[in-house]
Design a protein around this ligand. Structure first.
Ligand SMILES: Nc1ncnc2c1ncn2[C@@H]1O[C@H](COP(=O)(O)OP(=O)(O)OP(=O)(O)O)[C@@H](O)[C@H]1O
Length: 607
């Protein structure tokens, strides 16, 4: 067992970076709005945000306008993007429309667009010193990057190099994003060039913006959609799928910020919330639909949503979406409804982990795609200090209590960092929450047996610091971006190393440091090898007893073949794939390379 003193120091450091909770920060909202009542007609993006007059929008008269803002003009990067798009879709020819005045609101001014930055005022004041300003992106500077595929577009170093358009650039500034993260540097130019993408980058490294920016920009500049007239059916242009309700809500919130005053309308649909409210919101117009698979299938079966006009498909947490639980639903949505085929739409898959067998499945959804790995595929970021402690089942509670007491003792006055505790079962979550509360540690839970309202309330309460401990099952393991989580405790370790990677990734986000503690015992021996390997790769101290466990175990599901920095790289580069004329990817020999970027850290393609 490791010493407490060193843990306490770590906890204090991590907490010091993450303190500040106490404001009523609350970025998760219930979908939809009840205002409005009537059902206004769909207004395409190019007609929205225009003054009420029927005159065409005046071209910008001053300043270096981007091509996004000039009707009929295409900057070079956009020209490339549309070429890619037109090649695949045949939608071209109807003329790319420029963007006009951006005053006014939705629906020709009938409906005001709510400012998604408006509610953040408190949060801004409380956190502005700690958040995106001065983020330590230097931490990512020498991160290894690998790309493979045909003619990979070069990365950019700044947002200014990418012509995303004035309105989107303004929103990027409102978000206080000063420069792109490594995954954004590579993924955005690739997507803007119209290419399909399978991207793997570490937790908390900005993947959401990496797929949102090109989609929003693409819709703003795309041809005017000729949407079929079908009563009560809506035709989104982009679909973003994610595995959990809370993650879909979060993506929706982010996408709404990025698309504020661009005229691109984002709507979310997820289970557990009243469908009528979501239907009303959809009827008011939708360009980007963010959804969980189950609720989307429901909407498709009711013929309230058609995927016929989809130009962009993004799967967040793509490996999770294609594992056994979700794959049938995803196949139904992508292959058996009316979505255009891979060669017509543009598809982007993102995750921090991409097991080889899932890459193989995923390749069914992609056409001539580029594989991008930022950091080792499936690795954790070394911004997270990882500790593993040997704790018998019966000692777990008292051990957790010791950790929490140490953390409390080290917390700076009146300010408490957030702690996320992962357990295996829903019952276990409830019981641990009760016990913590009984012992003077305010806690709440999130798991699949709670109502959606309770889940949302729990997250709100945790985020605001009112209940600084959240006991969760894997429903909170992926994607959730909760500022100020200083400590993730794996009270029960997961069976799969990839789940461990996602869980600990709830801390140490966007350049900040974090701490992750795992309780290990004989029940977890099948995880020993992969855990020890992962920790070693992230330059963590591996306890001698864990190395002994690892030496004894055979790994099974969690064995990572290949080892090394790019142990789980693009599966198309496997020798078994390239032999025997596999039909997964036609052209292993003609793939172009990429030179440049991070110099020695960039692996060349198809080597
Ligand atoms: N260019 C940027 N500059 C500053 N902050 C950024 C930038 N891009 C993203 N962020 C912030 O980084 C945080 C993490 O981003 P995001 O949630 O997209 O990570 P992720 O890679 O999707 O993580 P996960 O794998 O856990 O889903 C968010 O708070 C986001 O606002």
């Amino acid at each position: 067992m490791t010493t407490r003193t060193s843990w306490a120091d770590l906890a204090a450091n991590s907490a010091a970076e993450n303190v500040g909770v106490g404001s009523s920060s609350d970025s998760i909202k219930v979908a939809g709005s009840t205002s409005g009542g009537g059902r206004p007609a769909y207004v395409p993006p190019h007609l929205r945000n225009r003054p009420l007059s029927v005159d065409p929008p005046a071209p910008t008269s001053s300043g270096p306008a981007s091509s996004n803002d000039r009707p009929g003009q295409g900057g070079s990067s956009w020209a490339a993007a549309r070429n890619g798009y037109n090649n695949r879709s045949g939608y071209g020819g109807s003329g790319v429309r420029g963007w006009g005045g951006r005053s006014g609101g939705w629906d020709r001014g009938r409906d005001r667009e709510v400012n998604p930055f408006g509610n953040d005022d408190d949060t801004e004041q409380a956190f502005s010193e700690q958040e995106n300003i001065g983020i330590n992106f230097d931490a990512y500077e020498d991160i290894p990057v690998e790309t493979s595929g045909d003619n990979v577009p070069p990365p950019v170093n700044t947002f200014a190099e990418i012509d995303l358009g004035e309105a989107l650039n303004l929103n990027i500034r409102r978000c206080k994003y000063v420069k792109p993260t490594p995954v954004q540097r590579y993924a955005i130019p690739i997507s803007l060039a119209g290419r399909d993408l399978m991207a793997c980058a570490q937790t908390g490294s900005g993947k959401t913006a990496a797929f949102c920016f090109p989609i929003i920009s693409g819709i703003m500049r795309g041809p005017v959609p000729q949407k079929p007239l079908r009563a009560r059916t809506v035709f989104p242009l982009a679909l973003m799928l994610s595995p959990t309700r809370e993650l879909s809500m979060q993506i929706h919130e982010e996408a709404r910020k990025f698309s504020y005053q661009t005229g691109v309308k984002v709507v979310v649909a997820y289970g557990g919330a009243p469908i009528n409210q979501q239907l009303r919101e959809l009827e008011r117009g939708v360009d980007i639909l963010v959804a969980t698979p189950g609720r989307l299938v429901d909407l498709l079966e009711r013929a309230r949503v058609s995927l016929h006009m989809i130009r962009y498909l993004a799967l967040d947490e793509a490996d999770r979406m294609l594992d056994m639980g979700f794959e049938p639903q995803i196949r139904k949505i992508v292959e058996q409804m009316d979505m255009p085929p891979p060669s017509v739409r543009q598809t982007m898959l993102f995750s921090a982990t991409f097991p080889r067998e899932i890459q193989r499945l995923a390749s069914d959804f992609l056409a001539n795609y580029i594989f991008l790995a930022v950091g080792r595929v499936g690795s954790s970021t070394d911004l997270i200090v990882q500790r593993v402690e040997f704790v018998q089942e019966s000692d777990k509670r008292s051990h957790l209590m010791d950790l929490l007491h140490a953390q409390r003792a080290n917390a700076s006055q009146g300010k408490q960092a957030l702690t996320l505790v992962f357990v295996e079962t829903k019952k276990g979550a409830d019981s641990l929450e009760y016990w913590l509360c009984m012992n003077g540690f305010p806690a709440t839970t999130i798991h699949g047996d709670r109502s959606q309202q309770e889940r949302e309330q729990a997250l709100r309460s945790f985020k605001s610091g009112a209940t600084p401990i959240l006991v969760a099952t894997d429903v909170a393991a992926r994607g959730l971006d909760i500022p100020h989580v200083a400590h993730v405790v794996n009270f029960d370790l997961p069976n799969d190393i990839d789940d461990y990677v996602h869980r600990i990734g709830r801390t140490g986000r966007a350049g900040k440091t974090g701490l992750a503690t795992a309780f290990f015992n004989d029940n977890n021996s099948s995880l020993a090898k992969s855990l020890a390997d992962l920790m070693q790769e992230a330059n963590q101290e591996v306890p001698a007893w864990l190395t002994r466990y690892a030496a004894r175990s055979f790994g099974g599901r969690n064995r990572r073949p290949g080892g090394g920095r790019f142990g789980s790289r693009d599966f198309r580069r496997d020798s078994s794939f390239n032999r025997g004329g596999s039909d997964y990817y036609g052209g292993g020999n003609n793939a172009g390379g990429y030179g440049g970027g991070y110099g020695a850290n960039v692996a060349s393609s198809w080597d």
